[in-house]
Design a protein around this ligand. Structure first.
Ligand SMILES: Nc1ncnc2c1ncn2[C@@H]1O[C@H](COP(=O)(O)OP(=O)(O)OP(=O)(O)O)[C@@H](O)[C@H]1O
Length: 304
């Protein structure tokens, strides 16, 4: 359990009779930066809130740092940093006062690291929270979450509202934190380039299910996009399993497939293609293919 600060077992969550988390299993290893992806409303925030014990599961359970999320002690909570989506902070407090309050309340406050963050973000200490821009609020929230020197940092869309420079600074800080101290980070984001830059493990959720859960390199190795040209009309059905997406246009077929291997290649060859060219894929391409409405393929559980 210690090697996996986040454990999710068969998690099911219903809201008003509607299933929003549908049997999620997940283990995030220590020292990992886990990027949680998914289209709007697929259940990322609900999963994160359940992990933190802010929402009860309907079935299954979640564990943080070896403790059941529903019974996290104050001591365990002190080892976890959390930035909620939307950056809710006490609006009438001035920045300086809020920082003081958080410093007083926290069991572990890393002043040196916090000063480094404030040096980076340069926030106006005497301004009220409600007078800050959305980006400034995001920066303050991040700084406060990181300053408690968390062993586990959970961030729900943390760079929402940050400009390009601030986003890059945040990503560098996150990498710093993880490399120096072997901490674990789980973050959700819609900015695929950022995720690709820092995450080493990826989860992709579709309609409450975790359809992808593997290392980023592994995901890129396993999901292939092929442009295949046939002498006559491209066949409608290749009888190859785990096709994520297939688009036919006359003699041409563009195929996105999980777990491309020699057996599948041999099946393709029986259809006598003239040429088969592999197309480069970014994480964003893979994400788009995996979250298309017709997608049923699953790329998960690949323990590397
Ligand atoms: N308190 C709630 N009561 C009822 N339904 C809810 C509640 N919270 C979330 N939902 C629903 O659960 C589903 C998942 O929402 P959630 O906020 O987890 O998605 P998300 O992936 O974080 O979306 P986004 O990327 O837009 O933030 C949505 O259909 C949402 O409307």
């Amino acid at each position: 359990m210690d090697d996996h600060p986040i454990v999710v077992e068969n998690l099911v969550k219903y809201y008003e009779g509607r299933c929003v988390l549908n049997g999620i299993d997940l283990e995030v290893p220590r020292g990992c930066i886990y990027g949680l992806l998914g289209r709007n409303g697929c259940g990322k925030t609900t999963l994160i809130r359940t992990l933190l014990g802010l929402e009860p599961p309907t079935r299954g359970r979640t564990m943080l740092l070896g403790h059941d999320s529903r019974r996290l002690s104050a001591k365990a909570r002190a080892r976890i940093g959390y930035v909620a989506e939307g950056h809710n902070l006490i609006q009438n407090y001035r920045v300086r006062r809020l920082i003081g309050l958080c410093r007083d309340l926290s069991l572990h406050w890393n002043e040196a690291f916090f000063s480094q963050l404030m040096e980076t973000f340069r926030l106006p200490m005497d301004r009220k929270i409600k007078e800050l821009s959305a980006g400034m609020r995001a920066e303050l929230n991040l700084a406060l979450a990181m300053a408690v020197d968390p062993e586990l940092l959970i961030l729900d869309d943390p760079t929402l509202g940050l400009d390009t420079v601030a986003r890059r600074q945040f990503l560098e800080l996150a990498i710093d934190l993880i490399q120096k101290q072997d901490r674990t980070i789980l973050f959700s984001s819609h900015i695929l380039g950022d995720v690709e830059r820092i995450a080493d493990r990826i989860g992709i959720m579709v309609a409450g299910k975790l359809i992808v859960d593997c290392e980023l390199d592994e995901l890129k190795r396993r999901v292939r996009k092929l442009q295949v040209l046939f002498p006559s009309e491209a066949p409608k059905n290749l009888y190859i399993t785990e096709i994520i997406h297939q688009r036919n246009a006359g003699r041409e077929m563009v195929l996105t497939v999980a777990d491309w291997n020699p057996q599948k290649q041999a099946i393709l060859q029986t259809f006598g293609p003239q040429s088969c060219t592999e197309l480069a894929m970014t994480l964003e391409d893979i994400f788009i293919e995996c979250t298309r409405p017709a997608t049923t393929a699953v790329v998960e559980g690949s323990e590397v």
